[in-house]
Design a binder for this molecule. Structure first.
Ligand code: ATP
Ligand code: MG
Length: 412
């Protein structure tokens, strides 16, 4: 079994890397709670049809990136490439379309067969927020404000900019579709093969293409703002007003369309220039049609997903765990038993404490230094007999004798 490696595009999160991930998710979870969101955990795999039609037949995710396989029973299964479809499936499966609004937070691994590079993996991690039920632009503003507050709490707001756009309502979109077809048809030969295909099936998707030849054409493509219906324009105005009120800074970018098919009205991305080509750290929008498309009633909704791996890379530092107390018995079984009592009393009091299992005083002190202990509690034969311990402050080097019953109070 030599040379066992993680599968291409996957990686182990150990030490500081995992602490960064955990800090991103813990912070987001805490702030999502302030907005009244509750955490859901949906399965990591679903029936393929949960994703295949809903994300859009022409999306990169569905055409190229899904991990799809037949299970032993012959059912087509897909490892989730994102979690909004799973949350909507869960909403329907659990009969929650009658109990709206549902305010949902989630975090967990997602899977996409992509070319691995910095900030792009085949197993990656997303966390997300969904407000399911509200049709008002207030909900869009609140969910964006939640994203912004999380980025602020993580200290990465200085590195990120909110880019905002509207995709309009159904009739704005069909007018826009016509305008795009007219424009791109005139440049058909210059489009990438994928985008020529998109031209018939979903011209909006061309705006999201990463092919350089497409990107050049996209620069001069018509923008949706010129064909918005009055209702769609009013929705967008409402959203911008609420964002101003909530003091969430944004930059309008008419090229933001989002990669998945189910968005309408609001589309947004928080982007950074600190991560090269993998610049989007959080993206989302309104998806009023998705629940109905999955066989539920018509339920408006808005949400976002953030790339935990990318946010973890943006963090300045990972919060280090509290320095432990090292408990050091010197002698035999009786000292060790007394040390175990101290160890447990410290932990019961919420104090991080560790004990090395073997070695003499010198070796155990070395170990205490290696784990960056802030203090050592040393219990030898004479201490044991008198119900005391030597307490050594490892920052100052000061040592004093302390009654065992006083230890917790001294170290709290
Ligand atoms: P990109 O344009 O970078 O491919 P996307 O539009 O496919 O992103 P979404 O489906 O909107 O991404 O997912 C939301 C967020 O999840 C992204 O903004 C990004 O931060 C993160 N993300 C998406 N795919 C990956 C991946 N393969 N590895 C790491 N993070 C990812
Ligand atoms: Mg992608």
């Amino acid at each position: 079994m030599a040379d066992l490696q993680p599968v291409r595009g996957t990686r182990d999160l150990i030490g500081e890397e995992q602490r960064r991930h955990a800090h991103v998710i813990d912070t987001a979870r805490r702030i999502a709670g302030l907005y009244g969101l509750e955490e859901w955990a949906t399965p990591i795999f679903e029936e393929t049809r949960v994703f295949a039609r809903t994300l859009g037949d022409t999306s990169d995710v569905v055409t190229k990136e899904m991990y799809t396989f037949d299970d032993r029973g012959g059912d087509s299964i897909t490892l989730r490439p994102e979690n909004t479809a799973g949350v909507c499936r869960a909403l329907i499966s659990n009969g929650l379309t009658q109990s709206l609004p549902q305010k949902v937070f989630y975090a967990g691994p997602m899977f996409r067969y992509e070319r691995p590079q910095k900030g792009r993996y085949r197993q990656f991690h997303q966390m997300g927020a969904e407000l399911i039920g509200p049709a008002e632009p207030l909900a869009d503003a609140e969910i964006i404000a939640l994203g912004w507050q999380i980025l602020q709490a993580l200290g990465v707001d200085g590195d990120t900019v909110l880019e905002l756009n509207t995709l309009g309502d159904a009739s704005s979109r069909s007018a826009y579709r016509e305008a795009l077809v007219a424009y791109f048809s005139a440049h058909r030969d210059a489009l990438s093969p994928d985008s020529r295909d998109r031209l018939e099936r979903n011209p909006l998707r061309i705006l999201d293409s990463k092919e350089p030849c497409d990107r050049i054409l996209v620069q001069d493509a018509p923008v949706i703002q010129t064909v918005l219906t009055p209702e769609a324009a009013a929705f967008y105005d409402g959203l911008r007003g609420h964002l101003d009120r909530l003091r969430v800074p944004f930059r309008e970018n008419p090229r933001i369309v989002r990669g998945l098919d189910y968005y309408n009205h609001t589309a947004f991305e928080f982007v950074t220039d600190k991560l090269g080509a993998q610049g989007t750290v959080l993206g989302g929008g309104r998806y009023d049609g998705l629940v109905a498309q999955m066989g539920g009633p018509s339920v408006p909704a808005v949400g976002w997903a953030a790339g935990v791996d990318r946010l973890a890379m943006l963090l300045d530092t990972a919060p280090a765990p509290a320095a432990p107390v090292a408990v050091i018995p010197v002698g035999g079984a009786a000292e060790e038993a007394a040390a175990l009592d101290v160890l447990q009393a410290l932990r019961d009091a919420g104090i991080r404490a560790e004990m090395a299992y073997r070695g003499n005083l010198k070796r155990r002190m070395e170990r205490a230094n290696r784990i960056d202990a802030r203090a050592a509690v040393i219990i030898g034969e004479t201490e044991l007999a008198r119900g005391v311990a030597q307490l050594k402050d490892l920052t100052t080097g000061a040592q004093s004798e302390v009654a065992v019953s006083e230890l917790v109070a001294r170290l709290a």
